[in-house]
Write a protein that binds this ligand. Structure first.
Ligand SMILES: Nc1ncnc2c1ncn2[C@@H]1O[C@H](COP(=O)(O)OP(=O)(O)OP(=O)(O)O)[C@@H](O)[C@H]1O
Length: 397
């Protein structure tokens, strides 16, 4: 396999990308709305599921972008739309400088070689009737990468070695492997066509905890070895923190916060991110005591009928009547003090991010029937929990 991804030319981007940091994936205004159909004869469209509803995102070559959020917030649909596996309702996806939403037929098929997917459940994504050899050869043959039998054999063995499996695995079938080994095969299959981008949708959540770290480490090693770029979709914040350079937090079809992984985990600014973070156990009991909890008690509202204004307002302990209910906040850049010059801008979609961060806006109880319950209201700043405490923030644009 070549390490071609690192020496391929890509376009420069505008979002915090330095001279050596190229934007490989550039998403603008992406929407995927699924029609809700009723009626047997007329098949009328009676509404839409707003699964992805306006996302801008840039992923730089060689980095890992972690996308987190509750089940049903649209993460998988976004990942699939990136690979053109879902039809876009609106917006654009530029890959390597090319508008891939406009590609059709053979051109799109050839482009797909550069963009592969690793699925959550390797067993259901691998055909049980095919041997591992046949599964790995399939993509290579489809993209004309099999020149002759000898070269193919060498490549297959190299692939297996890269993912830590013996050559004997080639003659076996998916059911003969453990969950972790099957995921290694899923990764080898994605790698087999020498992609630039891998979208990994919950790559370790179906695996035993003891195996998860091995697969995460493997993904990191392969990234370094082959110059890969990753979009990792996951709900496990510990996994995402470990693997990601940048993290985006999604709520009901939109990004509500985006920052370098360390910045986001040290100083989450959006109330929803704080709620997600405070659900992560901290091994240090003093830190655990110090930190308040924001429990997400209610369910995610239906993406077919999202709340007006800020979509999180129905569950937010910092909700301010009228503005939050009516005005949808933009994802805007916040400059936090101490931010290194080469960091990504920290962005948040909250009208009150500064006031929440410096503690001037106190949280309040939320009607449990309407969603979130705030605990520890006497310690409003404690909601930042194990994070470094209230930040001094200034808006820069
Ligand atoms: N093909 C489809 N037709 C209609 N609705 C869909 C379709 N695919 C997904 N949805 C809906 O879109 C919303 C977002 O789903 P999606 O799977 O992208 O979320 P997610 O955050 O990845 O959740 P999970 O982690 O459970 O997969 C959900 O309400 C889901 O039911």
């Amino acid at each position: 396999m070549s390490t071609a991804a690192s020496d391929r030319e890509v376009s420069s981007g505008d979002l915090g990308a330095g001279p050596d940091e190229h934007v490989l994936v550039d998403v603008k205004g992406l929407k995927v709305h699924f029609p809700i159909k009723r009626g047997v004869i007329f098949d009328r469209t009676v509404g839409h599921v707003y699964a992805v509803d306006g996302i801008d995102m840039q992923i730089r070559q060689g980095e890992t972008y972690g996308l987190v959020g509750e089940s049903g917030c649209g993460k998988s649909t976004f990942g699939r739309a990136l690979l053109q596996l879902e039809e876009l309702t609106a917006g654009s996806v530029h890959f390597d400088g090319e508008d891939i939403a406009s590609l059709k037929g053979e051109t799109l098929r050839r482009r797909r070689q550069d963009m592969q997917m690793v699925f959550q459940d390797p067993l259901s994504s691998l055909d049980p009737r095919q041997s591992i050899e046949s599964l790995l050869l399939e993509g290579m043959q489809a993209h004309g990468l099999v020149k002759d039998k000898k070269a193919a054999g060498t490549r297959l063995r190299d692939l297996l070695k890269a993912v830590g499996l013996p050559p004997a695995a080639l003659k076996k079938y998916p059911h003969e492997f453990s969950g972790g080994q099957r995921q290694r095969i899923g990764i080898a299959r994605a790698l087999s066509v020498d992609p630039k981008l891998i979208v990994a949708d919950e790559p370790v959540s179906a695996l035993d905890v003891s195996v998860q770290a091995q697969v995460v480490n493997l993904l990191e090693d392969l990234q370094e070895q082959f110059g890969l770029t990753y979009l990792v979709v996951a709900h496990d914040l510990a996994v995402v923190r470990h693997i990601s350079d940048v993290v985006g937090v999604m709520y009901l079809g939109a990004l509500v916060e985006e920052a370098d992984a360390d910045a986001l985990y040290e100083e989450p600014l959006h109330p929803y991110t704080r709620a997600l973070m405070s659900a992560v156990p901290v091994p240090d009991p003093t830190v655990e005591d110090r930190r308040g909890r924001v429990l997400l008690a209610g369910d995610l509202p239906s993406p077919a009928n999202p709340p007006s204004g800020c979509r999180f307002h129905t569950r937010c302990p910092w909700r301010q009547e009228s503005r939050c209910d009516t005005e949808r906040p933009e994802l805007r850049v916040i400059h936090t003090t101490g931010r290194a010059a080469d960091e990504r801008p920290h962005k948040v979609a909250c009208h009150w991010a500064e006031s929440i961060a410096d503690g001037t806006l106190a949280p309040h109880e939320v009607d449990p029937s309407g969603g979130e319950q705030f605990q520890n209201p006497g310690n409003p700043q404690g909601v930042t929990g194990s994070f470094t405490g209230p930040a001094s923030v200034t808006e820069v644009n």
